[in-house]
Design a protein around this ligand. Structure first.
Ligand code: ATP
Length: 190
């Protein structure tokens, strides 16, 4: 079985995340897609509790036919993807694991903890976030395939150019699904 894991802070989840998830499921024949809300890294400022971020990701999972994992979101210590993938490999030993990321995350890959181990632990599915970044992302992926024998699929993808930061700062709720809009209102977030 092909299982896709999609990690993020989801503060809040938006159509950029959802379009990427949909495209990954279709293009890579994923039978299961698991949303993995992560702990907020120290460099990202957020007042949103892990509880609300988890609930919002869960709403997306319920509304779009995905699953949700509580493996990371409440951790106080950093969650390293290399450890997360090891845990998923134990949970699903015979399955093909895919990890879904945006182009910005791919370009930062060499800053990830133990990236040179992680790169051979699963197949990466990459969706470019900005049209002008596409060439750079493809070149980076080709380089990693050659140098590290990595498995990377760069999606042919028309991105929704939005970020959670923009949504929080501008209180612009256009690019988020209705279930998340309602949740934000009901809980007076942002
Ligand atoms: P923030 O603005 O708070 O940093 P974000 O919008 O980048 O948040 P995250 O939840 O941190 O969202 O992102 C999770 C993953 O989804 C990352 O790999 C990121 O690159 C990817 N991603 C986020 N937004 C998009 C988008 N609009 N298109 C494609 N990928 C995206």
């Amino acid at each position: 079985m092909n299982i896709g894991i999609f990690g993020g802070t989801f503060d809040p989840p938006h159509m950029g995340h959802i379009r990427l998830a949909e495209k990954a499921v279709q293009s890579c024949n994923l039978q299961r897609l698991i949303l993995l809300p992560s702990a907020v890294p120290p460099h990202k400022k957020s007042d949103t509790s892990p509880y609300h971020r988890y609930n919002m990701a869960k709403l997306v999972a319920e509304n779009y036919g995905y699953e949700i994992s509580d493996m990371e979101y409440q951790k106080i210590t950093p969650s390293y993807t290399v450890e997360t993938i090891e845990n998923f490999q134990k949970l699903y030993p015979c399955d093909n694991l895919f990890f879904i990321i945006g182009g910005d995350s791919m370009l930062d890959f060499e800053k990830w903890y133990k990236w040179d181990k992680l790169i051979n632990m699963c197949t990466f599915i990459v969706g470019t976030r900005k049209k002008q970044e596409a060439k750079k992302v493809k070149e980076f992926a080709e380089k990693k395939k050659l140098e590290n024998n990595a498995k990377i699929i760069v999606l042919d993808f028309d991105p929704v150019e939005i970020s959670s930061t923009q949504i929080r700062q501008n209180e612009d709720f256009e690019n988020i699904p209705d279930c998340i809009k309602d949740y934000i209102k009901e809980n007076s977030l942002y």
